[in-house]
Design a protein around this ligand. Structure first.
Ligand code: ATP
Length: 374
């Protein structure tokens, strides 16, 4: 509260080449976070997504001020945060363990921080009431935490953080303890609440469906580095690297040397009538080794070869009925295992069984050229 007002209308949170090496030597390669740069916008719902151990939590804890970077800069609203303690950062954090006071009512749990800050009684009551309405717990104000469901307890924890009106809220796998159904409901709830309060959210998760559902933008992390930052549709449909393609969905990788290049399109001739075409980016020439990906729902299965730009042959290894679609795992003759989703709405061309020979085909635009990891 004693800090000077923010200086610019730039990003809410910036990380500039942030490294964290718990060993202390500052060696980049051995570090847990190996040089992360991010610019998170004001009011954005921003997710850090990646597998266990990739450095998401460590990155979040550095933004919060619970850890200091070994090198690099963290700016909050343009102000350098190095050396500024967590409680002076105008940021709140919500954890998976709600850490509510069991002997206090819901309202008193939420009011706790405001009382400590000696917020006047009237204002305190108004703010608590308003935030309990936002998280749809106004009718539970007098309950004790143990009288609430897991999802309700998590919303109390959220209300307790939001009532302080932080400039940003950091959330570390806050829904991790809830069962799938409740988690899905809470994802939509969280998104609605974030839109309503307009506060910047930075959300850590290893669950790609969760990140896709809630985020304005996602940073996909792998081994201490950010491999791609973008809106959900972009990271799903245009993954930058093989890791991103595989982590957000099924990667369906195809690799090889380009047989020919013409008019911005490359062709991999795979023999026996099999070929893959891919739109090119940058200066790629014939003979060059490339790697591309195609999403399972973009592929059509047929018994004979279709007259399409990309087609490969394979043998069905697995068939899994998923309700609205059926998933086929196909061992292709190129050696790559590929997954295909076919809709169960009657539009599928073929419904082959295990062991059948099939053709996989798709349009040029659905091949997506990958770049190598950073
Ligand atoms: P998870 O989802 O499993 O929490 P994460 O992506 O959040 O994974 P981090 O918690 O940031 O990953 O941990 C990254 C690496 O840093 C791990 O190998 C972890 O063991 C290590 N690490 C985290 N905190 C410390 C610490 N205080 N001292 C030493 N190593 C640490």
């Amino acid at each position: 509260d004693t800090l000077s007002p923010p200086t610019s209308a730039g990003p809410a949170i910036s990380l500039v080449d942030v490294v964290k090496d718990f060993g202390g030597a500052g060696a980049r390669d051995a570090a847990v976070v190996r040089g992360v740069s991010l610019a998170i916008g004001e009011g954005e719902f921003f997710s850090l997504l990646g597998p266990s151990g990739c450095g998401k939590t460590t990155t979040l804890r550095m933004i919060a001020g619970f850890e200091e970077p070994t090198s690099g800069q963290i700016l909050l609203h343009g102000r350098d945060m190095v050396g500024v303690p967590a409680n002076r950062r105008d940021i709140n954090m919500v954890f998976q363990s709600y850490a509510l006071f069991p002997h206090l009512s819901v309202a008193d749990n939420v009011a706790f921080g405001l009382r400590r800050k000696r917020v006047p009684k009237e204002e305190l009551r108004d703010r608590v009431e308003k935030i309990l309405r936002t998280v749809e717990l106004a009718d539970k104000a007098d309950r004790r935490p143990r009288q609430l469901s897991g999802g309700q307890q998590q919303r109390v924890a959220l209300a307790r953080a939001l009532v302080n009106r932080p400039r940003a809220l950091l959330l570390d796998e806050p829904l991790g303890a809830l069962d799938l159904k409740l988690r899905q409901t809470m994802q939509l709830e969280l998104k609605r609440i974030q839109r309503e309060v307009g506060i910047t959210f930075v959300y850590v998760t290893h669950d790609q469906a969760e990140a896709l559902t809630m985020s304005d933008r996602i940073a996909v992390m792998n081994q201490g580095l950010v491999e791609q930052v973008g809106p959900p549709q972009e990271v799903y449909e245009r993954p930058a690297t093989a890791f991103v393609a595989g982590f957000i969905g099924t990667s369906n990788l195809i690799g090889g040397r380009l047989t020919s290049v013409a008019a911005g399109t490359g062709v991999l001739d795979l023999g026996d009538g099999q070929r893959v075409t891919v739109p090119l980016r940058g200066s790629v020439t014939a003979g060059e080794a490339v790697e591309l990906t195609v999403r399972p729902e973009k592929i059509t299965l047929t018994i004979g070869p279709a007259d399409v730009a990309s087609r490969v042959r394979g043998t069905v290894r697995e068939v899994v009925y998923l309700g609205t679609s059926t998933s086929y795992t196909v061992d292709t003759s190129t050696g790559a295992e590929m997954t295909v989703f076919q809709p169960n709405d009657g539009t599928a061309c073929a419904s082959p069984s295990r062991g059948d020979t099939v053709w996989l085909s798709w349009a040029t635009d659905h091949s997506y050229l990958l770049t190598t990891a950073p």
